[in-house]
Design a protein around this ligand. Structure first.
Ligand code: ATP
Length: 344
């Protein structure tokens, strides 16, 4: 297969397992985001793919070739880190040309490629500017162009946008994704920002405690989370206890049809996104609760409902605003088509 494969890649630091049996296939041209909370092992995994860290066990295969023991400079990678590490004493053009120069590529060819790369990052005409005279976003684009100058097989980025302010960052996410699509280069980005991952990635790899918990498209991660961690980490969700008693399925202790725990188990968790919860009159087949708080944010309305002592949150738009008020008894409708049953 052309692309990148991780086979049970593990990294131990002494007794501590930073990455635990990571298994992943990235087809050529795919954009992957490694996403997870601080310390989950995403940077360590990226550093192993880069050859900056040696796996304790397992192997890394690029285009059918085992590169586990190959030094970084022989892996044909482009890398961008949070620090960017541009050379402050060089111009934009010299920075971008640097990897070409150390590979002994002729001056004329260097100039031609730099020009093409500047066009690509929308900085045509900036070749002679000192990098110190650029804005944060422009510097970011120069770092990307420099990493791509050698036409790498694999493009690795570690929190590349985290130094930018929110607005510029969102714009750069779109720009980076478009650039990647245009070049068709296999790209792996570490981020702790789920919005960023959802914006850019073909495949989101959610990690926690050194383990890959799920690797799937953004929509699948959101709609079909593999476990409670992923359900809770991505967006917000209601995790409601599901039990079976006397052949009936109970959610928060109340009978609800349409769900069952995984085979052989008597308890589970039901994950329901707030926008998938509908409020209605109390009645058969729905939970009964009492509205405790309504947060009207203009574009969305969050309604908090106490169901048997647990808090259930429903989100609606002003257009579909439920006609409820604080203190009112309501029916909480959970659609089996949108709720996901997860192991407890
Ligand atoms: P962050 O988002 O905070 O950068 P991360 O998911 O990228 O977190 P890593 O940097 O991969 O996490 O670190 C994973 C774990 O491995 C952390 O607990 C970290 O302290 C530990 N770790 C990383 N590098 C080393 C090292 N060289 N020696 C010992 N422990 C390390």
């Amino acid at each position: 297969m052309s692309g990148l494969t991780l086979n049970a890649v593990t990294k131990q630091f002494g007794p501590f397992t930073a990455v635990d049996q990571a298994q992943l296939s990235v087809p050529e041209g795919r954009f992957v985001c490694l996403l997870g909370p601080s310390g989950c092992g995403k940077t360590t995994l990226l550093r192993m793919i880069a050859g900056l860290e040696q796996p304790s066990t397992g192997s890394i295969v690029l285009d059918g070739v085992d590169i586990t023991a190959l030094p970084t400079h022989k892996r044909n990678l482009g890398m961008v880190f949070q620090s960017l590490a541009l050379f402050p004493h060089l111009t934009v053009g010299e920075n971008i040309a640097y990897p070409l120069r150390i590979r002994g590529i002729g001056r004329e060819e260097q100039a031609k490629r730099v020009e093409g790369l500047l066009d690509m990052i929308h900085l045509t005409g900036y070749a002679d500017r000192p990098v110190t005279k650029l804005s944060g976003g422009q510097r970011q684009r120069v770092a990307i162009a420099r990493a791509l100058a050698i036409s790498p097989k694999l493009f690795l980025l570690d929190e590349p946008l985290s130094a930018l302010d929110a607005k510029l960052r969102e714009a750069m996410q779109v720009e980076l994704r478009k650039l990647q699509q245009q070049l068709g280069i296999t790209t792996i980005v570490v981020t702790h920002d789920q919005r960023e991952a959802m914006t850019m990635a073909d495949t989101v790899v959610v990690m926690n405690g050194g383990k890959i918990r799920q690797a799937a498209s953004p929509i699948e991660i959101y709609r079909k989370p593999a476990d409670r961690f992923v359900a809770d980490f991505i967006g917000s969700t209601n995790l409601l206890p599901l039990t079976v008693e006397g052949g009936r399925t109970l959610v928060l202790g109340q009978a609800v049809a349409g769900f069952a725990p995984p085979a052989g188990q008597s308890t589970a968790s039901l994950s329901v996104r707030p926008e998938d919860i509908h409020l209605s009159a109390p009645g058969e087949g729905r939970l009964t609760g009492r509205v405790t708080f309504i947060r009207d944010l203009g574009g969305t309305i969050e309604t908090f409902v106490d169901v048997a002592g647990a808090e259930v949150v429903a989100v609606s738009t002003p257009r579909e605003r439920p006609m409820v008020s604080v203190g009112q008894e309501v029916g909480v409708v959970i659609d089996p088509a949108t709720a996901v049953v997860l192991a407890a």
